[in-house]
Design a protein around this ligand. Structure first.
Ligand code: BES
Ligand code: MN
Ligand code: ZN
Length: 500
Protein backbone atom coordinates (compact mmCIF):
# COMPACT_ATOMS: atom_id res chain seq x y z
CA UNK A 1 0.00 0.00 0.00
CA UNK A 2 1.11 3.52 -0.73
CA UNK A 3 0.24 6.22 1.76
CA UNK A 4 1.11 9.79 0.83
CA UNK A 5 0.62 13.42 1.79
CA UNK A 6 -1.30 15.52 -0.75
CA UNK A 7 -1.83 19.24 -1.04
CA UNK A 8 -4.46 21.17 -2.93
CA UNK A 9 -8.17 21.94 -3.01
CA UNK A 10 -10.18 18.99 -1.70
CA UNK A 11 -12.89 19.17 -4.32
CA UNK A 12 -10.42 19.28 -7.21
CA UNK A 13 -8.82 15.92 -6.39
CA UNK A 14 -9.33 12.96 -8.70
CA UNK A 15 -9.94 9.94 -6.50
CA UNK A 16 -12.41 7.04 -6.20
CA UNK A 17 -13.54 8.53 -2.91
CA UNK A 18 -12.93 11.73 -1.02
CA UNK A 19 -13.45 11.43 2.74
CA UNK A 20 -14.43 14.61 4.51
CA UNK A 21 -14.71 14.76 8.28
CA UNK A 22 -17.57 16.92 9.55
CA UNK A 23 -17.87 18.30 13.06
CA UNK A 24 -21.26 18.50 14.74
CA UNK A 25 -22.54 22.07 14.64
CA UNK A 26 -20.26 22.90 11.70
CA UNK A 27 -22.44 21.71 8.85
CA UNK A 28 -22.12 24.94 6.90
CA UNK A 29 -18.35 25.23 6.50
CA UNK A 30 -17.33 26.79 3.13
CA UNK A 31 -15.95 23.45 1.89
CA UNK A 32 -19.28 21.74 2.55
CA UNK A 33 -21.26 24.50 0.84
CA UNK A 34 -19.05 24.16 -2.19
CA UNK A 35 -19.40 20.39 -2.05
CA UNK A 36 -23.16 20.77 -2.14
CA UNK A 37 -22.95 22.28 -5.62
CA UNK A 38 -20.88 19.32 -6.82
CA UNK A 39 -23.51 16.86 -5.65
CA UNK A 40 -26.52 18.78 -6.94
CA UNK A 41 -27.80 19.77 -3.51
CA UNK A 42 -27.80 16.24 -2.08
CA UNK A 43 -25.77 17.40 0.93
CA UNK A 44 -28.24 20.11 1.87
CA UNK A 45 -31.14 17.73 1.47
CA UNK A 46 -29.45 15.18 3.77
CA UNK A 47 -28.67 17.72 6.47
CA UNK A 48 -32.05 19.41 6.28
CA UNK A 49 -33.88 16.12 6.71
CA UNK A 50 -31.48 15.30 9.59
CA UNK A 51 -30.34 12.18 7.72
CA UNK A 52 -26.84 13.53 8.35
CA UNK A 53 -26.14 15.60 11.46
CA UNK A 54 -22.38 14.81 11.83
CA UNK A 55 -23.06 12.94 15.04
CA UNK A 56 -20.11 10.72 15.92
CA UNK A 57 -20.01 7.56 13.84
CA UNK A 58 -22.56 8.76 11.28
CA UNK A 59 -21.69 8.50 7.60
CA UNK A 60 -23.15 9.66 4.30
CA UNK A 61 -21.86 8.31 1.00
CA UNK A 62 -22.64 10.47 -2.00
CA UNK A 63 -21.98 9.72 -5.63
CA UNK A 64 -20.67 12.89 -7.14
CA UNK A 65 -22.22 14.91 -9.94
CA UNK A 66 -20.32 16.35 -12.87
CA UNK A 67 -18.79 19.33 -11.06
CA UNK A 68 -16.68 17.21 -8.75
CA UNK A 69 -13.33 15.60 -9.53
CA UNK A 70 -13.81 12.64 -7.14
CA UNK A 71 -16.16 9.78 -7.98
CA UNK A 72 -17.66 9.63 -4.50
CA UNK A 73 -17.66 11.60 -1.29
CA UNK A 74 -17.87 9.99 2.13
CA UNK A 75 -18.97 12.39 4.82
CA UNK A 76 -17.84 11.21 8.20
CA UNK A 77 -19.56 12.50 11.33
CA UNK A 78 -16.99 13.30 14.01
CA UNK A 79 -19.27 14.60 16.75
CA UNK A 80 -18.38 17.71 18.73
CA UNK A 81 -14.88 19.13 18.49
CA UNK A 82 -14.59 19.19 22.30
CA UNK A 83 -14.99 15.43 22.63
CA UNK A 84 -13.09 14.41 19.48
CA UNK A 85 -9.36 14.62 20.19
CA UNK A 86 -6.60 12.67 18.49
CA UNK A 87 -7.96 9.29 19.64
CA UNK A 88 -11.35 10.07 18.16
CA UNK A 89 -9.67 11.13 14.94
CA UNK A 90 -7.67 7.87 14.73
CA UNK A 91 -10.74 5.75 15.48
CA UNK A 92 -12.94 7.64 13.01
CA UNK A 93 -10.29 7.11 10.33
CA UNK A 94 -10.17 3.36 10.97
CA UNK A 95 -13.96 3.31 10.89
CA UNK A 96 -14.09 5.03 7.49
CA UNK A 97 -11.36 2.79 6.07
CA UNK A 98 -13.23 -0.33 7.16
CA UNK A 99 -16.48 0.98 5.70
CA UNK A 100 -14.83 1.54 2.31
CA UNK A 101 -12.77 -1.64 2.17
CA UNK A 102 -15.91 -3.63 3.05
CA UNK A 103 -17.35 -2.02 -0.12
CA UNK A 104 -14.23 -3.22 -2.02
CA UNK A 105 -12.79 0.30 -2.42
CA UNK A 106 -9.01 0.18 -2.02
CA UNK A 107 -7.97 3.76 -2.88
CA UNK A 108 -9.16 7.08 -1.54
CA UNK A 109 -8.21 10.46 -0.23
CA UNK A 110 -8.74 11.61 3.35
CA UNK A 111 -9.31 15.27 4.06
CA UNK A 112 -9.17 14.47 7.79
CA UNK A 113 -5.82 16.12 8.69
CA UNK A 114 -7.56 19.39 7.80
CA UNK A 115 -10.03 19.00 10.65
CA UNK A 116 -9.81 21.86 13.11
CA UNK A 117 -8.50 20.60 16.45
CA UNK A 118 -7.23 23.70 18.17
CA UNK A 119 -5.10 21.86 20.72
CA UNK A 120 -3.23 19.72 18.21
CA UNK A 121 -0.51 20.33 15.66
CA UNK A 122 -0.57 19.22 12.06
CA UNK A 123 2.02 16.53 12.88
CA UNK A 124 -0.18 15.08 15.63
CA UNK A 125 -3.22 14.99 13.37
CA UNK A 126 -1.36 13.43 10.45
CA UNK A 127 0.12 10.81 12.78
CA UNK A 128 -3.31 9.96 14.21
CA UNK A 129 -4.98 9.69 10.80
CA UNK A 130 -2.11 7.70 9.28
CA UNK A 131 -2.16 5.29 12.24
CA UNK A 132 -5.91 4.93 11.78
CA UNK A 133 -5.39 3.94 8.15
CA UNK A 134 -2.46 1.59 8.73
CA UNK A 135 -4.02 -0.21 11.70
CA UNK A 136 -7.27 -0.74 9.80
CA UNK A 137 -5.31 -2.38 6.99
CA UNK A 138 -3.92 -5.11 9.29
CA UNK A 139 -4.97 -8.74 8.88
CA UNK A 140 -3.52 -12.02 10.05
CA UNK A 141 -4.00 -14.35 7.11
CA UNK A 142 -1.03 -16.66 7.38
CA UNK A 143 -3.16 -19.75 7.82
CA UNK A 144 -6.00 -18.84 5.45
CA UNK A 145 -6.17 -20.52 2.06
CA UNK A 146 -5.42 -18.10 -0.75
CA UNK A 147 -8.75 -18.73 -2.48
CA UNK A 148 -10.84 -18.08 0.62
CA UNK A 149 -13.18 -15.20 -0.23
CA UNK A 150 -12.28 -12.21 1.91
CA UNK A 151 -14.86 -9.71 3.02
CA UNK A 152 -12.70 -6.61 2.67
CA UNK A 153 -9.92 -5.65 0.26
CA UNK A 154 -6.39 -4.61 1.19
CA UNK A 155 -5.55 -0.95 0.62
CA UNK A 156 -3.79 0.21 -2.53
CA UNK A 157 -3.34 3.99 -2.65
CA UNK A 158 -4.36 6.35 0.14
CA UNK A 159 -3.74 10.08 0.25
CA UNK A 160 -3.84 12.40 3.25
CA UNK A 161 -4.85 15.89 2.26
CA UNK A 162 -3.37 18.84 4.17
CA UNK A 163 -4.23 22.51 3.87
CA UNK A 164 -2.49 24.81 1.37
CA UNK A 165 -0.75 26.82 4.09
CA UNK A 166 0.46 23.77 6.02
CA UNK A 167 3.96 22.32 5.96
CA UNK A 168 4.43 19.31 3.70
CA UNK A 169 7.74 18.52 5.44
CA UNK A 170 6.07 18.41 8.87
CA UNK A 171 3.33 16.16 7.54
CA UNK A 172 5.81 13.84 5.79
CA UNK A 173 7.82 13.42 9.00
CA UNK A 174 4.65 12.63 10.97
CA UNK A 175 3.63 10.10 8.33
CA UNK A 176 7.01 8.38 8.66
CA UNK A 177 6.61 8.20 12.43
CA UNK A 178 3.16 6.67 12.04
CA UNK A 179 4.58 4.10 9.64
CA UNK A 180 7.34 3.15 12.08
CA UNK A 181 4.95 2.91 15.03
CA UNK A 182 2.32 0.87 13.22
CA UNK A 183 5.01 -1.43 11.78
CA UNK A 184 5.96 -2.13 15.40
CA UNK A 185 2.31 -2.64 16.38
CA UNK A 186 1.68 -5.00 13.46
CA UNK A 187 4.88 -6.95 14.17
CA UNK A 188 3.61 -7.40 17.73
CA UNK A 189 0.14 -8.43 16.51
CA UNK A 190 1.64 -11.05 14.21
CA UNK A 191 3.66 -12.50 17.09
CA UNK A 192 0.62 -12.67 19.37
CA UNK A 193 -1.59 -14.18 16.66
CA UNK A 194 0.88 -16.95 15.84
CA UNK A 195 -0.54 -20.22 17.19
CA UNK A 196 1.19 -22.04 20.02
CA UNK A 197 2.32 -24.96 17.88
CA UNK A 198 4.32 -22.61 15.66
CA UNK A 199 5.26 -20.19 18.44
CA UNK A 200 7.89 -21.91 20.56
CA UNK A 201 10.30 -19.85 22.67
CA UNK A 202 12.82 -20.55 19.91
CA UNK A 203 10.41 -19.18 17.29
CA UNK A 204 10.00 -16.00 19.32
CA UNK A 205 13.78 -15.72 19.62
CA UNK A 206 14.29 -16.19 15.87
CA UNK A 207 11.65 -13.58 15.04
CA UNK A 208 13.35 -11.14 17.38
CA UNK A 209 16.80 -11.82 15.98
CA UNK A 210 15.80 -11.43 12.34
CA UNK A 211 13.91 -8.20 13.09
CA UNK A 212 16.99 -6.93 14.93
CA UNK A 213 19.30 -7.85 12.05
CA UNK A 214 17.18 -5.90 9.61
CA UNK A 215 17.36 -2.77 11.73
CA UNK A 216 20.94 -2.88 12.94
CA UNK A 217 19.94 -3.74 16.51
CA UNK A 218 22.37 -5.89 18.48
CA UNK A 219 20.90 -9.26 19.47
CA UNK A 220 21.97 -11.89 21.97
CA UNK A 221 20.33 -15.16 23.09
CA UNK A 222 20.99 -17.02 26.32
CA UNK A 223 20.08 -20.70 25.89
CA UNK A 224 19.23 -23.27 28.54
CA UNK A 225 22.85 -24.15 29.19
CA UNK A 226 23.87 -20.53 29.68
CA UNK A 227 20.80 -19.80 31.81
CA UNK A 228 21.74 -22.73 34.02
CA UNK A 229 25.37 -21.62 34.25
CA UNK A 230 24.33 -18.14 35.35
CA UNK A 231 21.64 -19.30 37.76
CA UNK A 232 18.29 -18.27 36.22
CA UNK A 233 16.57 -20.67 38.65
CA UNK A 234 13.10 -19.09 38.57
CA UNK A 235 12.91 -18.92 34.78
CA UNK A 236 14.27 -22.46 34.39
CA UNK A 237 11.77 -23.70 36.94
CA UNK A 238 8.90 -22.61 34.67
CA UNK A 239 10.64 -23.94 31.56
CA UNK A 240 11.27 -27.41 32.96
CA UNK A 241 7.72 -28.61 32.31
CA UNK A 242 8.04 -28.06 28.55
CA UNK A 243 9.88 -30.06 25.90
CA UNK A 244 10.77 -26.76 24.29
CA UNK A 245 13.94 -24.91 25.23
CA UNK A 246 13.73 -21.52 26.95
CA UNK A 247 15.63 -18.47 25.71
CA UNK A 248 16.46 -15.14 27.20
CA UNK A 249 16.25 -12.70 24.30
CA UNK A 250 18.34 -9.54 24.67
CA UNK A 251 18.22 -6.72 22.10
CA UNK A 252 20.25 -3.52 22.35
CA UNK A 253 19.48 -0.45 20.27
CA UNK A 254 22.04 2.33 20.40
CA UNK A 255 20.67 5.71 19.28
CA UNK A 256 22.75 7.78 21.67
CA UNK A 257 26.34 7.90 22.92
CA UNK A 258 27.90 4.86 24.54
CA UNK A 259 27.90 6.36 28.02
CA UNK A 260 24.20 7.29 27.98
CA UNK A 261 22.30 4.98 30.36
CA UNK A 262 19.68 2.91 28.58
CA UNK A 263 15.98 2.62 29.12
CA UNK A 264 15.32 -1.09 29.68
CA UNK A 265 12.11 -2.79 28.60
CA UNK A 266 11.25 -6.25 29.89
CA UNK A 267 8.43 -8.28 28.31
CA UNK A 268 6.78 -11.47 29.59
CA UNK A 269 7.29 -14.10 26.90
CA UNK A 270 5.21 -17.14 27.86
CA UNK A 271 4.50 -18.54 24.39
CA UNK A 272 1.71 -20.69 25.78
CA UNK A 273 0.37 -20.71 29.34
CA UNK A 274 -1.41 -23.97 30.15
CA UNK A 275 -0.91 -23.19 33.84
CA UNK A 276 1.52 -26.05 34.47
CA UNK A 277 0.52 -28.58 37.15
CA UNK A 278 -1.95 -25.94 38.42
CA UNK A 279 -3.66 -26.52 35.06
CA UNK A 280 -6.03 -23.91 33.67
CA UNK A 281 -9.65 -24.77 32.81
CA UNK A 282 -10.25 -25.71 29.14
CA UNK A 283 -12.57 -22.78 28.40
CA UNK A 284 -10.68 -20.11 26.43
CA UNK A 285 -7.35 -21.79 27.08
CA UNK A 286 -6.64 -21.17 23.37
CA UNK A 287 -6.29 -17.48 24.17
CA UNK A 288 -3.26 -18.25 26.32
CA UNK A 289 -1.12 -18.13 23.19
CA UNK A 290 -1.29 -14.38 23.86
CA UNK A 291 0.73 -14.76 27.06
CA UNK A 292 3.74 -13.31 25.28
CA UNK A 293 1.86 -10.06 24.60
CA UNK A 294 4.34 -8.20 26.81
CA UNK A 295 7.25 -9.63 24.84
CA UNK A 296 5.54 -8.62 21.60
CA UNK A 297 5.05 -5.09 22.94
CA UNK A 298 8.69 -4.54 23.87
CA UNK A 299 9.95 -6.10 20.63
CA UNK A 300 7.57 -3.94 18.60
CA UNK A 301 8.68 -0.91 20.57
CA UNK A 302 12.40 -1.37 20.01
CA UNK A 303 11.64 -1.99 16.34
CA UNK A 304 9.70 1.28 16.05
CA UNK A 305 12.34 3.21 18.05
CA UNK A 306 15.11 1.99 15.75
CA UNK A 307 13.11 2.80 12.66
CA UNK A 308 12.44 6.31 14.02
CA UNK A 309 16.12 6.61 14.97
CA UNK A 310 15.21 7.90 18.43
CA UNK A 311 18.32 9.44 20.06
CA UNK A 312 18.29 7.15 23.10
CA UNK A 313 19.80 3.84 24.14
CA UNK A 314 17.35 1.05 24.62
CA UNK A 315 17.56 -2.55 25.87
CA UNK A 316 14.74 -5.05 25.41
CA UNK A 317 14.83 -8.26 27.43
CA UNK A 318 12.38 -11.12 26.94
CA UNK A 319 12.36 -14.31 29.00
CA UNK A 320 10.74 -16.77 26.58
CA UNK A 321 9.33 -20.04 27.95
CA UNK A 322 6.34 -22.34 27.63
CA UNK A 323 4.31 -23.21 30.75
CA UNK A 324 3.20 -26.82 30.48
CA UNK A 325 2.14 -29.62 32.82
CA UNK A 326 4.29 -32.75 32.60
CA UNK A 327 6.27 -35.26 34.61
CA UNK A 328 9.19 -32.85 34.69
CA UNK A 329 7.14 -29.76 35.59
CA UNK A 330 7.55 -27.88 38.87
CA UNK A 331 5.01 -28.72 41.57
CA UNK A 332 3.10 -26.52 43.99
CA UNK A 333 5.32 -26.32 47.07
CA UNK A 334 8.59 -26.38 45.14
CA UNK A 335 11.18 -23.80 46.12
CA UNK A 336 13.28 -22.12 43.41
CA UNK A 337 16.46 -20.08 43.81
CA UNK A 338 16.24 -17.06 41.54
CA UNK A 339 19.09 -15.28 39.75
CA UNK A 340 19.04 -12.64 42.50
CA UNK A 341 19.71 -15.34 45.11
CA UNK A 342 16.27 -14.86 46.67
CA UNK A 343 14.31 -18.07 47.12
CA UNK A 344 10.73 -18.40 45.91
CA UNK A 345 8.08 -20.81 47.14
CA UNK A 346 5.86 -21.78 44.19
CA UNK A 347 2.35 -22.15 45.55
CA UNK A 348 0.65 -22.01 42.17
CA UNK A 349 2.48 -22.97 38.97
CA UNK A 350 0.03 -20.81 37.01
CA UNK A 351 1.61 -17.71 38.57
CA UNK A 352 4.57 -18.29 36.24
CA UNK A 353 4.89 -14.83 34.72
CA UNK A 354 6.29 -13.26 37.86
CA UNK A 355 8.82 -16.10 38.13
CA UNK A 356 10.38 -15.51 34.73
CA UNK A 357 10.15 -11.73 35.16
CA UNK A 358 11.97 -11.95 38.50
CA UNK A 359 15.09 -13.28 36.78
CA UNK A 360 14.76 -10.93 33.80
CA UNK A 361 14.43 -7.92 36.14
CA UNK A 362 17.55 -9.02 38.00
CA UNK A 363 19.38 -9.48 34.70
CA UNK A 364 18.63 -5.96 33.33
CA UNK A 365 20.19 -4.47 36.45
CA UNK A 366 23.54 -5.23 34.79
CA UNK A 367 22.88 -2.46 32.26
CA UNK A 368 22.61 0.17 35.00
CA UNK A 369 19.41 1.35 33.35
CA UNK A 370 18.05 4.86 33.94
CA UNK A 371 14.56 3.35 33.93
CA UNK A 372 13.10 -0.17 33.72
CA UNK A 373 9.59 -0.81 32.45
CA UNK A 374 8.16 -4.31 32.35
CA UNK A 375 5.09 -5.23 30.34
CA UNK A 376 3.20 -8.43 31.02
CA UNK A 377 -0.09 -10.28 30.64
CA UNK A 378 0.32 -11.00 34.32
CA UNK A 379 -3.02 -11.34 36.11
CA UNK A 380 -6.63 -12.15 35.42
CA UNK A 381 -7.38 -9.81 38.32
CA UNK A 382 -6.52 -6.72 36.26
CA UNK A 383 -9.41 -7.65 33.94
CA UNK A 384 -11.76 -7.76 36.93
CA UNK A 385 -10.53 -4.33 37.99
CA UNK A 386 -10.24 -2.44 34.70
CA UNK A 387 -11.91 -4.60 32.07
CA UNK A 388 -10.66 -4.36 28.53
CA UNK A 389 -10.24 -0.60 28.46
CA UNK A 390 -6.97 0.10 30.25
CA UNK A 391 -3.82 -1.58 31.47
CA UNK A 392 -2.79 -1.35 35.11
CA UNK A 393 0.40 0.49 36.01
CA UNK A 394 2.36 0.38 39.26
CA UNK A 395 5.93 1.11 40.24
CA UNK A 396 8.41 2.56 42.67
CA UNK A 397 8.67 6.08 41.21
CA UNK A 398 5.75 8.49 40.93
CA UNK A 399 7.44 10.67 38.29
CA UNK A 400 7.86 7.73 35.93
CA UNK A 401 4.27 6.64 36.45
CA UNK A 402 3.03 10.15 35.77
CA UNK A 403 4.95 10.20 32.47
CA UNK A 404 3.52 6.82 31.50
CA UNK A 405 -0.04 7.89 32.33
CA UNK A 406 0.41 10.97 30.11
CA UNK A 407 1.81 8.84 27.29
CA UNK A 408 -1.21 6.57 27.69
CA UNK A 409 -3.62 9.47 27.28
CA UNK A 410 -1.82 10.87 24.25
CA UNK A 411 -1.40 7.55 22.45
CA UNK A 412 -4.88 6.25 23.21
CA UNK A 413 -3.45 3.18 24.97
CA UNK A 414 -4.84 3.96 28.38
CA UNK A 415 -3.08 3.12 31.63
CA UNK A 416 -4.51 3.38 35.12
CA UNK A 417 -2.45 3.45 38.29
CA UNK A 418 -3.04 1.02 41.13
CA UNK A 419 -1.41 1.59 44.52
CA UNK A 420 1.67 -0.38 45.51
CA UNK A 421 1.68 0.40 49.23
CA UNK A 422 3.98 -1.70 51.36
CA UNK A 423 1.02 -3.25 53.20
CA UNK A 424 0.41 -5.51 50.21
CA UNK A 425 3.82 -7.18 50.56
CA UNK A 426 2.55 -9.00 53.67
CA UNK A 427 0.41 -11.19 51.38
CA UNK A 428 3.45 -12.71 49.65
CA UNK A 429 5.45 -13.55 52.78
CA UNK A 430 6.40 -17.22 52.80
CA UNK A 431 7.04 -19.51 55.79
CA UNK A 432 9.61 -21.55 53.88
CA UNK A 433 11.30 -19.17 51.41
CA UNK A 434 12.08 -15.46 51.01
CA UNK A 435 8.86 -14.88 49.10
CA UNK A 436 5.93 -16.87 47.68
CA UNK A 437 4.51 -16.54 44.20
CA UNK A 438 0.85 -15.95 45.04
CA UNK A 439 -0.85 -13.55 47.41
CA UNK A 440 -4.38 -14.92 47.44
CA UNK A 441 -7.46 -13.55 45.70
CA UNK A 442 -7.42 -10.08 47.23
CA UNK A 443 -5.71 -7.43 45.07
CA UNK A 444 -4.16 -10.06 42.78
CA UNK A 445 -2.74 -7.50 40.35
CA UNK A 446 -1.07 -5.53 43.12
CA UNK A 447 0.41 -8.50 44.96
CA UNK A 448 1.89 -9.68 41.63
CA UNK A 449 3.52 -6.25 41.31
CA UNK A 450 4.66 -6.40 44.94
CA UNK A 451 6.37 -9.67 44.08
CA UNK A 452 8.15 -8.09 41.08
CA UNK A 453 9.18 -5.12 43.20
CA UNK A 454 11.37 -7.39 45.30
CA UNK A 455 13.49 -7.94 42.19
CA UNK A 456 13.39 -4.34 40.92
CA UNK A 457 14.62 -2.54 43.99
CA UNK A 458 17.86 -1.15 42.55
CA UNK A 459 16.42 1.17 39.91
CA UNK A 460 13.51 3.32 38.84
CA UNK A 461 10.86 0.86 37.75
CA UNK A 462 7.30 0.57 36.50
CA UNK A 463 5.19 -2.48 35.74
CA UNK A 464 2.35 -2.52 33.20
CA UNK A 465 -0.19 -5.36 33.43
CA UNK A 466 -1.76 -5.76 29.98
CA UNK A 467 -3.69 -9.01 30.59
CA UNK A 468 -6.95 -7.29 29.60
CA UNK A 469 -5.49 -5.50 26.61
CA UNK A 470 -3.28 -7.87 24.63
CA UNK A 471 -6.16 -9.72 22.97
CA UNK A 472 -9.29 -8.35 21.26
CA UNK A 473 -12.04 -10.89 21.67
CA UNK A 474 -14.52 -9.70 19.06
CA UNK A 475 -12.92 -7.26 16.62
CA UNK A 476 -13.59 -3.63 15.76
CA UNK A 477 -12.47 -1.01 13.24
CA UNK A 478 -8.70 -0.70 13.33
CA UNK A 479 -8.45 -3.81 15.50
CA UNK A 480 -9.54 -7.18 14.16
CA UNK A 481 -10.13 -10.09 16.53
CA UNK A 482 -6.83 -11.32 17.95
CA UNK A 483 -3.56 -9.76 19.07
CA UNK A 484 -3.68 -6.00 19.59
CA UNK A 485 -0.03 -5.03 19.82
CA UNK A 486 -1.04 -3.06 22.91
CA UNK A 487 1.93 -1.35 24.55
CA UNK A 488 3.86 -0.28 21.47
CA UNK A 489 2.09 3.04 21.02
CA UNK A 490 2.22 4.07 24.67
CA UNK A 491 5.87 3.03 25.06
CA UNK A 492 6.99 4.80 21.89
CA UNK A 493 5.17 7.92 23.03
CA UNK A 494 6.93 7.68 26.40
CA UNK A 495 10.32 7.14 24.73
CA UNK A 496 9.84 10.14 22.46
CA UNK A 497 9.39 12.16 25.62
CA UNK A 498 12.62 10.74 27.05
CA UNK A 499 14.43 11.56 23.81
CA UNK A 500 13.43 15.24 24.00
N1 BES B 1 -1.23 -15.45 31.94
C1 BES B 1 -2.02 -15.45 33.11
C2 BES B 1 -2.82 -14.16 33.30
C3 BES B 1 -3.85 -13.86 32.24
C4 BES B 1 -5.19 -14.13 32.50
C5 BES B 1 -3.51 -13.26 31.07
C6 BES B 1 -6.14 -13.82 31.56
C7 BES B 1 -4.46 -12.95 30.13
C8 BES B 1 -5.78 -13.22 30.37
C9 BES B 1 -1.14 -15.63 34.33
O1 BES B 1 0.00 -16.38 34.14
C10 BES B 1 -1.94 -16.31 35.38
O2 BES B 1 -2.31 -17.44 35.16
N2 BES B 1 -2.20 -15.63 36.50
C11 BES B 1 -2.96 -16.19 37.56
C12 BES B 1 -2.23 -15.89 38.83
C13 BES B 1 -2.79 -16.59 40.04
C14 BES B 1 -2.57 -18.09 39.92
C15 BES B 1 -2.11 -16.06 41.28
C16 BES B 1 -4.32 -15.53 37.56
O3 BES B 1 -4.42 -14.34 37.28
O4 BES B 1 -5.31 -16.24 37.77
MN1 MN C 1 -0.35 -18.46 34.33
ZN1 ZN D 1 0.75 -16.43 32.25
Amino acid sequence: MKLMIKKGAALKQKTPCLIIGVLEGKLKEPLLQELDKGVDGAYTRATRSKEFTAEKGQTLLLHAGKNLASERVLLLGLGKEKSLGLNGLRQATSFAVKLLTDKQLDSFLLALPQIALKKNSLAEKVQAVAEGVLLADYRYERYLSADRPGKSVALDRVGLLIGDKESKAEADAALQNAEAITAGVCFARDLVNAPGNEKSPEFLAMQAVSMAEQLGIKAKLLDRKELKRQGFGAMLGVAQGSERDPYLIVLEYRGSTEDAKPVALVGKGVTFDAGGISLKPADKMDEMKMDMGGAAAVLGTIMAAAQMKLPINLVAVVPAVENMPSGTAIRPGDILTSLSGKTIEVLNTDAEGRLILADALTYVGRYQPRVVIDVATLTGAVIIGLGHHAAGVMGNHDGLIRQLLKAGERSGEKLWQLPLWEEYAAQIKSDFADVKNTGGRAAGTITAAAFLQKFADDYTWAHIDIAGMAWEGSGKAGQPKGGTGFGVRVLVDYLRGVAK
